[in-house]
Design a protein around this ligand. Structure first.
Ligand code: CA
Length: 379
């Protein structure tokens, strides 16, 4: 089998109710670069790249696509090494890797379709057929009702059956953050897991202080307390707090994660399959983490394609650690408005009572709806 074409689709969808993160980013649209790879056997594979879509497209069209034509998709890791080594002098992190991630996912999708197997069967097999999903949300929308809106949103997730929720923090006032998290904990009760995510808006002392204030509220993990470049700072925060510290959605490849994992700078690493290097590289990062006793719980923030790739990866990810009653790695199922997540697959991945069933169809296990692709494509 040979690759005959590589196309990038730039998609964008308006968000009905814009929301803000602790970094001050106002989300009014969701967009993505979707990669479509065609072969001489009529099999087409799909991938997705994390981050600004037009840059990913330019990298793929100018740097990667010409080197992909004529290649056998089953040489996926040969292709990965070659493309990476052609670009790393200029970008061993960031866009060069997000663009490569979309290609890698599409090649795995092709291999799955060619063999009639879901990707998780090609990367070690099914550790589980159902994945516990946690709801990501509780951003900042109505600045006059920050506590009330968080409580209402958290209650809606519990009503849907979610057993775990992740909320945004980082309001520039630790007492307000504590009040808001405490109100959510009170509303959801003691049996629903609650994680917090600061989107790296804090300094080391701010993170340790806020972390200590939140620890009595039974927090599952404290995500991205500080800036991703500051590995020394992560070591300090992780050692200072009893609760787990997580991060890694802004880190890339096995080399980018190596020092974080070897130093145990985080208790939980969260590589994103659409950013960190695709399915191929996620496996290597997870193996590194396992060897050092660090948990790997993927980050996910994408369209139906990125979500499906994350589900396939999670299906094959071993329990960390194995146990009689393990606490298996959870799926980040973000609940903010995103038509690209909900409408791009003909049968979208959904949760029922907080559980996602792993699709058993070939490749990613979803079929892309070309009508939706056309509808959201940016001219
Ligand atoms: Ca996050």
């Amino acid at each position: 089998m040979k690759v005959t074409g590589v196309a990038c689709h730039l998609l964008q969808a308006k968000v009905d109710r814009p929301f803000t993160s602790a970094r001050g980013w106002l989300y009014t649209t969701r967009s993505s670069c979707i990669v479509e790879i065609a072969t001489d056997e009529g099999i087409t594979g799909w991938g997705e790249c994390y981050g600004p879509a037009a840059v990913n497209r330019t990298l793929i069209e100018t740097q990667y696509a010409p080197r992909l034509i004529g290649r056998d998709p089953f040489d996926v890791e040969v292709v990965w090494e070659e493309l990476y080594n052609r670009i790393k002098d200029y970008g061993a992190q960031g866009f060069a890797i997000t663009a490569l991630s979309g290609i890698d996912i599409a090649l795995w999708d092709i291999m799955g379709r060619a063999t009639g197997k879901p990707i998780h069967k090609l990367i070690g097999g099914a550790q589980r057929g159902e994945i516990v999903a946690y709801a990501t949300g509780l951003y900042f929308t109505d600045m006059d009702r920050l506590v009330e809106e968080a409580v209402e949103e958290a209650r809606s997730y519990v009503a849907q059956g979610f057993r775990a929720i992740k909320m945004k923090i980082g309001l520039g006032d630790p007492k307000l953050d504590r009040r808001r998290v405490a109100a959510v904990r009170e509303a959801i009760g003691p049996d629903v897991a609650l994680a917090v995510d600061a989107n790296h808006c804090l300094s080391v002392p701010q993170a340790i202080r806020l972390g200590r204030m939140l620890e009595p509220l039974d927090i599952l993990w404290f995500e991205e307390p500080i800036s991703p470049e500051d590995h020394d700072g992560y070591v300090e925060v992780t050692r200072a707090l009893d609760m787990a510290v997580a991060g890694g959605e802004n880190d890339f490849t096995r080399w980018g994660f190596r020092d974080i994992i070897a130093r145990k700078a985080m208790d939980i690493v969260q590589p994103d399959v659409c950013a960190a290097g695709g399915i191929s590289e996620m496996r290597k990062i997870a193996a590194l983490a396992s060897a050092f006793g660090v948990e790997c719980v993927p980050h996910a923030w994408g369209s139906a394609i990125g979500l499906a790739a994350t589900v396939q990866f999670l299906a094959a990810l071993p329990d960390q650690p194995p146990a009689f009653r393990p606490m298996p790695p959870m799926l980040e199922f973000e609940q903010t408005p995103n038509p690209l997540r909900d409408l791009l697959a003909r049968e979208p991945i959904v949760q029922r009572r907080g559980i996602v069933t792993v699709p058993q169809g070939p490749g990613l296990g979803i079929e892309v709806d070309r009508t939706a692709l056309d509808r959201f494509r940016v001219a």
